[in-house]
Ligand binder design. Sequence first.
Ligand code: PEP
Length: 248
Amino acid sequence: MRRKLAAGNWKMNGTGDTLAELAALLRAHPEPGCEVLICPPATLISRACAAVGAAPIRIGGQDCHMAEAGAHTGDISARMLADAGASHVIVGHSERRADHGESDAMVRAKAQAARGAGLVAVICVGESGAERDSGATLEVIGRQLFGSTPDGATGNSTVIAYEPVWAIGSGRTPTLAQIAEVHDFIRSELLGRFGAEGTQIRILYGGSVKPVNAAGIFATSNVDGALVGGASLTAADFGAIVNALENA
Ligand code: PEP
């Protein structure tokens, strides 16, 4: 049985005062009926962990370097994230792929580094608008999924996030049938590659998830939760999405 996961990606948003939203989320969901993960900027990870304390909300990073340590100015290793209190790390977000030229091979190496540090890797894949329009969605997802996911991935080490690039921050979402098609495809690829373990790997949908559309998305085939950007920045919106997932 896969535990549902509501994950928030704060991206490059938030300073110390933003942790008030995390505190409000904790007050509203002291014992959430699904797994809840917040990925604040790296500068806030330690303080977010302190704010959460023993409560069952997890804190994650938004990226890690593939190397354990070394001359990589400005980068953060998986072990550093774990040391700061993180339990998860997002890798291969489309903004990293676009802004930093991250290839599938780099994302796979980052996911491997995450596993080595004991972190759960949330591996993002997603087609561009042009790729969807040209009918290449499943081919692109299959290629990214294979290239970005390390051998030996398990449900404990890995979460996949399907995030169509054209849906991120745009207010546009695929139809539920389109989401089901991609999630079912990802599930069958995971089963083909990892056997029974492929049933344990959670598949999140991401891209303009809001309180108003969350319930429909969560009722869709092979959707185990969401990776949420903009709507994770306020406790009111993210809490409503957590509610929808608890009731899914
Ligand atoms: C994201 O960037 O991971 C994301 C899903 O963003 P948004 O929810 O704002 O579309």
